[in-house]
Design a protein around this ligand. Structure first.
Ligand code: XMP
Length: 517
């Protein structure tokens, strides 16, 4: 997005999985930052009018054929440049330094030492600091134009600066949390080298986005699919502020939503944001499609297909609709290898990107595409969404169907919905909702014998799943207090008929997954 912010840093993306993290660390220092292609030309850079450039890391080797390169002219622009890992190697390759393949790939923690505290770039950085390395190649020697500022036991040039140009390099990754003081170097680069003023705030981002969307859509109508989740709600809130009555939201009630979810969305987007909200009652249609199906992939396929049908027929009635807004976040983009602005390595095929097919014929608006989840949450609060909504745990598109194992029928969904509401209620009462990443109930198609009063029962088993995770790609089961689990179990067995046994899932991901399916 080309916003109107006057002060900004550009990150040239050479395929690093951390490019967006770098951008986010810069924004945390109150400087606007965006990611651009690695082969951006000096003229295009001038259009952005940046205060400095950061060259990201990347999986390639600078001597490899076809490895991503930058336009050498960027070093002649007089702009401060910081090269990180591959970015530093590339800079040295251009400006005079020898890059060698190390015999062993260095991956993990290293201790960095320096005595360059009087250099503005190293100011305040501890003389001995833990840093995170992740590279195959490293800079072995630098020409007389460079000064080595820091080293590790295996890396003679861990930080460098050019003697005459405002060019710096780091072999390690200052942006990751495993380099606990790395932020100081980024801060020094921004404030000491690029002379940024640090006036940018998330509120500016909201306003810039609003201006940008207004200019993009003109007088056309925008459709936004609402799910009750954080991302689509924030998109809808943002668009509602930007274009008001030009926004039409569609909520497909597939009968697979959590208890009270439809009502919550209606309250937010009809009462609070006064949006044109169209609720499609697809409950019967979805159930009909799921009848007799117990294969998880087939369930997903049918749900996806039915969703598109419902969405399509509702959107056809919206006049002058040209745009479709989606709450795609940066991690969705990078995990599905779809990053448009760089050759980022594919990490995982995710479920959210490209949810609605091109055949719908809309132009996509993805205003959150550059943001991380917690930035989206902060933006939601900024836009006036209630805390309980912006802090909601993620909920999968196919909803309760993936948590209702075997055939999905209304009786089972009703049991699951009630049990799910109880576990959420109890975790909130215990003050642990925000300390866990995802909590839900899973209904198993397994019956076992129990005894209730004097009677023998033969009912379903239900599983409580609660995980903690930063990225949802790996996760550990949450060590919930026994008392909280006990209350959940007692309440479910007493209040939800059809369940006589409650289990707690103590598997991590991998090798398990978060959902059961
Ligand atoms: P798994 O089960 O793969 O889930 O460990 C990882 C995260 O992704 C969510 N998930 C989905 N989200 N549509 C979504 O929007 C889906 O089809 C879907 N399947 C899983 C899951 O809830 C967890 O947060």
């Amino acid at each position: 997005m080309n916003t109107t912010s006057s002060e900004r840093i550009l990150v040239l993306d050479f395929g690093s999985q951390y490019a967006q993290l770098i951008a986010r660390r810069v924004r945390e220092q109150n400087v606007y930052c965006e990611i651009v292609r690695h082969d951006i030309t000096p003229e295009q850079i001038k259009d952005h009018n940046p205060s400095g450039l950061i060259l990201s890391g990347g999986p390639s080797s600078v001597y490899e054929e076809g490895s991503p390169k930058c336009d050498p002219g960027i070093f002649d622009m007089g702009l401060p440049v910081l090269g990180i890992c591959y970015g530093m190697q590339l800079m040295c390759d251009h400006l005079g330094g020898k890059v060698d393949s190390t015999h062993v790939r260095e991956y993990g923690r290293a201790t960095c030492t320096h005595s360059a505290g009087d250099d503005p770039f190293m100011k305040g950085f501890p003389e001995t600091a833990e840093v995170w390395m992740s590279h195959g190649d490293q800079v072995q020697t630098v020409s007389a134009d460079f000064v080595a500022l820091a080293k590790t036991s295996t890396c003679p040039v861990a930080a460098i600066k050019h003697k005459t140009l405002p060019a710096y390099g780091l072999q390690f990754h200052p942006e990751v949390t495993h380099s606990p003081e790395g932020w100081m170097l980024l801060k020094n680069f921004l404030y000491e080298i690029c002379k940024c003023s640090g006036a940018w705030k998330l509120a500016n981002f909201a306003q810039e986005m609003i201006d940008h969307v207004k200019a993009q859509v003109g007088d056309a109508q925008v459709i936004c699919g609402l799910s009750g989740g954080v991302d689509s709600s924030v998109v809808a809130a943002l668009l509602s502020k930007a274009i008001g009555s030009q926004l039409s939201c569609i909520l497909v009630d597939n009968g697979l939503l959590r208890k009270g979810e439809r009502e919550m969305v209606e309250e937010q987007f009809t009462d609070h944001f006064k949006t044109d909200l169209r609720v499609v009652d697809g409950r019967a249609q979805f159930l009909q499609q799921l009848k007799g199906i117990d294969d998880p992939q087939e369930k997903r396929r049918r749900i996806g297909h039915t969703f598109i049908e419902c969405f399509k027929s509702e959107s056809e009635g919206i006049e002058n609709a040209k745009f479709l807004a989606q709450g795609t976040l940066y991690p969705d983009v990078i995990e599905s290898g779809a990053a448009k602005d760089g050759p980022a390595a594919t990490i995982k095929l995710h479920h959210n990107v490209g949810g609605l097919p091109e055949e719908l014929g809309f132009e996509l608006i993805e205003p959150l595409r550059d943001l991380f989840k917690d930035e989206v949450r902060a933006l939601g609060v900024e836009l006036g969404l209630p805390e309980h909504l912006v802090w909601r745990h993620p909920f999968p598109g196919p909803g309760l169907a993936v948590r209702c194992l075997g055939e999905v029928v209304e009786e089972k969904l009703a049991v699951l919905r009630e049990a799910d509401a109880i576990v959420i209620e109890e975790i909130e009462k215990a003050g642990l909702y925000r300390k866990t990443s995802q909590l839900f109930a899973v209904l198993l198609p397994v019956q076992s014998v129990g005894v209730m009063g004097d009677a023998r029962t033969y009912e379903n088993a239900l599983v409580i799943r609660c995980v903690n995770t930063d990225d949802f790609m790996t996760a550990d089961w949450s060590r919930l207090p026994y008392d909280v689990l006990a209350t959940m179990s007692t309440r479910i067995i007493n209040e939800v008929s059809g369940v006589n046994r409650v289990c707690y899932d103590i598997s991590s991901k991998p090798p398990a997954t978060i959902e059961w399916e």
